[in-house]
Unconditional design. Structure first.
Length: 541
């Protein structure tokens, strides 16, 4: 090792701490802990650069002595800034106020003597170094009280409380303690050389300087990892600051005017590049933080919406059950009156009662749809799968909607093309809901013509399919509306004009039920005003 290598290491120590110190006061949110970290970095930087100037630029012993006292003035404030920073990280600065006050008092007292012979009385050569600080009578007290006492008390306190820290705080302190061992342990090697103790060697001094060089990165990483600084910004700015400082140093050490001009141009170019780089990184980080903030807000809003949706489903379920009973009574008694169970009634009253029966049936269907929606979305819908005759379902639906179709003078026509065995595995009631929904829509949205139901079977062997098509001559569907037709609460504008009272749930529920039966549902239409064909298809027996 040579003096040149050692001085370069010390200079890099100064650059590293300067970079982190400046960042602590500029780009990092100015919390109290960050300010203390900045002060700690500045103290280390003053110590490092003064040591560098003492070894490189001291023309005589008096100049070297000035820099020796300056570096130790910086060293005086390192222990208390370090200890205060440690305590503030864990929120212990209030509870350990006495330790902090004593530490600042001790540092202040020693700083008053830093430029006197009582603290540093001179310089002397050691190994291949031309000068080295020669300690005064107070310096040993500084080592014992401030360096060992204050720093040691802070570290012992953290070690003592380590088991009671949270997991994140343990990682934080682990990085800090590693940096402390490297930084303060490396710095302590200089004390042995100051007192000419044979325990120290040039290699030991080199390793000590290397430890001090690595320490700030452990300190900074401990802060970066737990939110005191932004990782990407600080490393970019640290790189930028070190790069600029290196070019500044090169400019100051230029030997010729030509070298000076080249170094200044390089410095200017590097400064522009660094500025653009840092600005770009900061913009990226700000955008990411905005996105993360929006994502958090959206997550919260989504949680609230889920709660509201659950409350809505619960309300629908309760209201549906409460409405179903009186509707059943209305339909039952109306049907009995029409059948003459309570005596003969005039034909003029029959027409009115037919309308009551139709309207109560429509309302009952709406209640059923709402209950099914609630059950499907809450995962509570239950199917009773068994062998079902699709033709029986069709006949049942036609009987149920017969009066509705007569009112609009629309005949219901059924054709069984080739389904000699129209059986499948399914839930009879749920499949009944699907068919009645499709046929009822065909009647609702038709003013003329007929509604034709066609049952056919396709395929053979292991994959037979049973399909029911419902063809009408109604309003039809626009091509752009077809993909949206099976959505929840979705209705086309043309359908709203004809039937403004619908909710857009029927086809959504039909699609869900069909898919739960491993089937599919589709719609075809030549266009608006030209009718449509709805087809449901299921695996057949």
């Amino acid at each position: 090792m040579s003096v040149e290598i050692y001085t370069k290491l010390i200079f890099l120590v100064g650059l590293s701490f300067t970079s982190f110190g400046l960042l602590a006061y500029t780009r990092i949110p100015r919390t109290f802990s960050n300010k203390l970290f900045g002060l700690l970095s500045i103290s280390f930087a003053l110590w490092s650069f003064s040591w560098f100037f003492m070894l490189v630029y001291a023309q005589n012993d008096s100049v070297a002595l000035f820099w020796a006292r300056t570096l130790n003035f910086g060293a005086v404030w390192i222990p208390i800034f370090y200890s205060h920073w440690l305590l503030s990280l864990l929120g212990l600065q209030t509870r350990r106020r006495v330790l902090i006050i004593c530490g600042y008092s001790i540092s202040l007292i020693f700083s008053l003597f830093a430029f006197t012979p009582f603290f540093i009385k001179g310089v002397h050569p050691i190994f291949f170094f031309p000068v080295w600080p020669d300690p005064g009578i107070l310096y040993i007290w500084f080592i014992g009280i401030a360096y060992i006492g204050v720093v040691g008390a802070a570290i012992v306190l953290i070690v003592h409380k380590f088991s009671g820290l949270s997991r994140s705080e343990r990682y934080l302190m682990l990085y800090v303690l590693i940096g402390s061992v490297l930084g303060f342990g490396g710095g302590a090697t200089n004390f042995f050389a100051m007192y000419n103790l044979s325990i120290i060697t040039p290699t030991g001094l080199f390793l000590g300087a290397l430890g001090v060089l690595v320490a700030p990165y452990f300190f900074a990483y401990s802060a970066l990892r737990y939110g005191l600084m932004n990782v990407k910004i600080i490393f970019t700015e640290a790189f930028a600051a070190i790069l600029v400082l290196i070019f500044v140093a090169r400019s100051l050490t230029s030997e010729t005017n030509a070298d000076l001009a080249i170094n200044i141009l390089t410095l200017a170019s590097a400064t522009v590049f660094v500025y653009l780089l840092v600005k770009s990184v900061m913009r990226e980080v700000e955008q990411r933080e905005k996105i993360e903030s929006l994502a958090t807000e959206l997550s919260f809003a989504n949680t609230e919406l889920k709660k509201l949706d659950a409350a809505k489903s619960e309300f629908i379920s309760i209201a549906g059950h409460q409405l179903r009973t009186p509707l059943t009574v209305i339909k039952g008694y109306t049907s009995m009156v029409l059948e003459g169970s309570f005596g003969k009634i005039p034909d003029s009253i029959k027409e009115a009662l037919n309308r009551v029966l139709i309207s109560s049936g429509a309302l009952a269907k709406l209640v059923t749809d709402l209950l099914d929606l609630s059950r499907i979305e809450s995962g509570k819908i239950r199917y009773e799968f068994k062998e079902v005759n699709m033709e029986a379902i069709v006949y049942g639906v036609m009987r149920e909607l017969e009066e509705t179709a007569k009112v609009k003078n629309i005949p219901l026509i059924y054709k069984n093309e080739n389904a000699a065995d129209p059986r499948l595995i399914g839930d009879f009631d749920k499949l009944h809901e699907v068919v009645i929904n499709i046929v009822d829509n065909a009647i609702k949205y038709s003013d003329h013509g007929s509604v034709e139901l066609v049952l056919r079977k396709s395929g053979s062997g292991e994959n037979p399919r049973l399909a029911l098509s419902v063809k009408d001559n109604g309003i039809g569907v626009k091509p752009e509306d077809i993909p949206k037709l099976f959505g929840k609460f979705v209705r086309s504008e043309d359908a709203k004009k004809i039937r403004p009272d619908g909710m857009g749930l029927g086809l959504y529920l039909a699609k869900r039920i069909v898919e739960d039966h491993k089937g599919r549902i589709k719609v075809e239409s030549p266009g608006l005003g030209r009718g449509s064909i709805f087809t449901v298809e299921f695996p057949a027996l």
